[in-house]
Every structure is written in C-alpha cells, then in structure tokens.
Unconditional design. Sequence first.
Length: 338
Amino acid sequence: MSGSALQIRRYGGGLSGIVPAGAATVLDAAAEVDTMVLEVTGGYLSWSVLAGQSVPAAVIDDLELAQEWVWAMYGAPIALALDRDQAGEATAAPALPALAVSAWRLAYAHWAARWWPASTLDGIAPLDAGLLERDIAALTLECESLVDGADALVPAVAQMVETRLRAADYALAAGEKTADGLVLARGVGGWDWRRCPPGLVDASERAVSWQAVREAGATTVAVSAVAAPGVPADVPAHLRPWARIDTGAGVGEIALRAEGGAWVGELAVAGADPSVHVDIHVPGFGVNPGSDSTEMRQRIRAFAVERLRRTAVPGSVDGAPDAPLLAEIAAAADDSDF
C-alpha cells in the first residue's frame, strides 16, 4: 500500500480531500455500483471494488477528528500537510498498514451486503446474512479507531427465509405465461440494481422477461422478474418491486406480486411492439434511471464468481489482504449445491 500517488485537495466550505488518481469520492454526482464507502470519524473513505484500489479516497469534513486516523491510513507527511492547509500531490505511506487492510475489508463487507449479485440463473450463491453480520461486527472492532456513526454499528440484516431454488428448476425467467391470444412480442433482459433494495430480484441479465399478448381485442403485457435467492417469504408492500413498462405507444406502471419464485404482473396497454422496455424498481428507492451500465453489472458478476472460485481453492487466499469473508467462505462451500 506504500508509495501510492494521490492529491490533497481543498474543496471549500471546510471540506478537504485525499484522492488517488481517478478515484471516486462521495462528492461525485453519481457513484458507480462498484464504489465502496465507509463512514469514519470526521469524513468518508471510498474505494473502487473493481479497480483493485487499496488506498482509499477520503473526503474530510472535520479535520480535527480526522487527524485521529489520517496518519495511520496515509502517513504522517500527509497528516502534517492537511494540518498546514497545504494542497497538491503527495505519496501515501500508511503508518498502520494492517488498519488500512481492515478498513478495506469492512467497506467491502458493507458493499457486499448491498451489491453482491446473488443469482439463481447465473449460479452465484447468496451471502448468508447472519455470517455477513459477524464479518461486519469483527471488522468494526478492528477498525474502532476509524469508524463512527452508522458504520460503527452492526447493520440489522433482516432474517431471511430459506427459499433457494436451483437454476435447473427454472425455465427462462421463471417460465413464459401461456395465452390463447396472439403473442405480439416478447423479451428478456436485466434491471438497474440501484432501483431496488438488496435481496429482492435476481441479479442476472436474464432475470426480467415480458410478453405482449393480443386477445379479445385487448393487448396485455405480462412481466416476470425472477426473485432473488433467499428472498423473505413476506416482503412488506412498500418494498415490493414495480414494473415500469414503455410500449412505444405509452408508459404505465404496475405493482408486482410474488408468485412461484418470481415477481409477476400484467398491464393492459394501448399497443406493443418489439421495442417494449421494462424497468424494475421500488418506488422512491435509489437513483433516477439514465446512467445504468450493463457492462458494469457484468463485471461485478465476474468479480463475484472469481471471489468464490478463489475461496473454494485451498490455500489460494491465505494471508491475502482481500482474504474472503466468512460469508464468502460459506457461499463457496455451498456453491456446488446452489
């Protein structure tokens, strides 16, 4: 972690930054889904999980409090430069490398609780919520000189009901609905992970299917979104997903209901063609659509698959800074039966 180039920045309004080249910070307008964030005393740390970034970016809003850890994470010269209100290029040389590793792992555990791409269709096993809580609790203790506020507490992860199904038990996207009418169009795709809370919808790019059927002079679009593995049996109404359906002739929204391992719903429409687009979301949750990246989602799926593959190979990650979490070890062991 030593010898990493970065910049010390002054943003105004009492904000300072310690930023490696190209790194995301909490001041960015819209963070990518691979951005890990850790709330610490006097500010925030952030890393890119896909970039292999070991040195975090920092945004500091209380310099006096932040000096408790800046020297440990970045080195005494950077702590001194901040104290003297200096800006410019610098080099990170953490005084406590073990703390820097634990901070990365704690941020990763929080990230995994939100973004781990569990998928029955793609064969990516979910992370056990209870084990993930244990990971976060243990890492929080290791980082007690760093964390404060929300990230100093173990998050209350909802008790998950065991409802895992094998990929082979599914037809594509939980199966097609049959109809006596004329099928006008159909499609399969993914969804923007930022639009739903974790653990509701399968993370696959094949998770969402739709079919437009013309029958008795009326056109209906039926939507099916595969439920995430381990989804709770009784999801509160305000957290259930909806589908926004753009048929090219108009836009409508429907609440989806749980049925046979999927979230399903039907909407009567004025007409439909092969350009139908379906967005899955929970109303009021996450960001507005517009900057979603299918490529980013695919990279995160590949990252998760590689993490589980490495974890399953004895000795492959012993002593590594990115050693697997307890939740990943259990998921890798369970992967062959998923």
